[in-house]
Design a protein around this ligand. Structure first.
Ligand code: NDP
Ligand code: GDR
Length: 371
């Protein structure tokens, strides 16, 4: 029997990789997308199946995590074997601007799905995956962080995700639902949203190298993160729902770098070497060598500056995961190094920037999105 999966957040980075993985595995895949005033399915357009010409394995439903009746109706109609709750207002800095909405979508949204499973009597049929996060560790109590490390959330996003984490555990214990939390550390890809720091960097460095942009403005350059590849991490999301018993797992690489190092790696990918000077909010990155033939920037150009408006009211300074439990019980190991990840992201953004440069050369307007 073909398995049926429902993915919330299917239009996001992870949703796209997960939908692709499940389709390859022969699943019938359903996704929930939000109504927007313009197209928002770029990341999954390659998976689109025309309902008029074939029997579809991939179906999209309009919906929203803030709308219980909509969720109940979709789950009733789809009767999923597995639900992956990836939908969320996922930007930590933005959660300080929209804390109430973040609590509703990320916290209450999780409860709404679990309640839908219960209301529809699907406790024994439907397995549930919750996209939990290393942000739960926030103000770090222990390094590296593992499943038993105490939480100390440092943003409205992390506090909302903490509710989601515990309501998932509670519904597992109270109603016997196969429900688990993947505590995922940062994972990136060419599909990463453009305002998260890695993608912001790879995009800006590519545009600077081609003369389309002068400078990259960043916040806290010293923040340390454990960055993996989203393609590797969605495989684990699936594996977590294939076990005999539902459990929570940390997913991480076990290696940590700073934002400053990430910038250096991205620039090096295009043959640009940087040197840093100045302290904290006056820190700058200056080009000290250019070996890449494609890069148009020159020695002496200041291409990175700190702008304190990207600082957060409360920051998470250091995250490093211990994936030992996932290795032992899921047999899972990350396969992409940070250097490979940076190379893939820069190459994708450099190709896009070259296209923009051509468009500009032909006399058409291109627009920079600053964030
Ligand atoms: P993205 O921001 O790329 O995707 C989020 C998805 O959620 C999008 O499809 C978005 O829709 C959708 N969404 C937002 N609000 C709602 C809502 N109210 N109702 C329904 N859908 C909504 O995130 P990622 O793919 O990177 O992350 C997936 C999940 O994993 C998120 O829950 C995130 O918090 C969590 N996570 C991510 C990590 C990472 O490093 N990437 C690490 C740990 C956890 P739209 O496209 O319309 O905006
Ligand atoms: P994070 O990711 O907050 O860890 O949440 P993000 O890439 O936004 O920030 C990582 C670190 O970089 C610092 N930083 C900047 N961040 C952004 N976005 N923009 C900047 O200009 C900038 N300059 C420095 C940040 O302060 C931070 O320390 C991501 C999201 O995917 C969450 O949904 C997920 O739960 C966690 O990862 C794990």
């Amino acid at each position: 029997m073909k398995k049926v999966a429902l993915i919330t957040g299917v239009t996001g980075q992870d949703g796209s990789y997960l939908a692709e993985l499940l389709l390859k595995k022969g699943y019938e895949v359903h996704g929930i997308k939000r109504r927007a005033s313009s197209f928002n399915t770029d990341r999954i357009d390659h998976l689109y199946q025309d309902p008029h010409v074939s029997e579809r394995q991939f179906t999209l439903h309009y919906g929203d995590l803030t709308d219980s009746s909509n969720l109940i109706r979709i789950i009733q109609q789809v009767q999923p074997d597995e639900i992956y709750n990836l939908g969320a207002m996922s930007h930590v800095a933005v959660s300080f601007e929209s804390p109430e909405y973040t609590a509703d979508a990320d916290g209450m949204g999780t409860l709404r799905i679990l309640e839908a499973i219960r209301i529809l009597g699907l406790e024994k049929k439907t397995r549930f995956y919750q996209a939990s996060t290393s942000e739960l560790y926030g103000l770090v109590q222990e390094i590296p962080q593992k499943e038993t490390t105490p939480f100390y959330p440092r943003s409205p996003y992390a506090v909302a995700k903490m509710y989601a984490y515990w309501i998932t555990v509670n519904y597992r214990e109270a109603y016997g639902i196969y429900a688990c939390n993947g505590i995922l550390f940062n994972h990136e890809s060419p599909l990463r949203g453009e305002t998260f720091v890695t993608r912001k960097i790879t995009r800006a460095i590519s545009r600077i190298a081609l003369g389309l942009q002068d400078c990259l403005y960043l916040g806290n350059l010293s923040a340390l993160r454990d960055w993996g590849h989203a393609r590797d991490y969605v495989e684990m999301q699936w594996l977590m729902l294939q076990q005999d018993k539902a459990e929570d797992f940390v997913i991480a690489t076990g290696v940590q770098y700073s934002v400053r190092q990430f910038v250096e790696f991205a620039a090096a990918e295009l043959g640009v070497k940087l040197a840093w000077s100045g302290e904290a909010e006056n820190e700058i990155g200056t080009v000290v060598a250019v070996t890449g033939t494609d890069a148009k920037c020159k020695v002496g150009d200041v291409i990175v500056k700190v702008d304190p408006r990207y600082y957060r009211p409360t920051e998470v300074e250091t995250l490093l995961g211990d994936p030992a439990k996932a290795k032992e019980k899921l047999g899972w190991v990350p396969t992409t190094s940070l250097q490979e990840l940076v190379a893939e992201m820069v190459q994708a953004d450099f190709t896009a920037a070259k296209r923009d440069a051509l468009v500009k050369l032909a006399g058409f307007q291109t627009y920079d999105h600053h964030e």
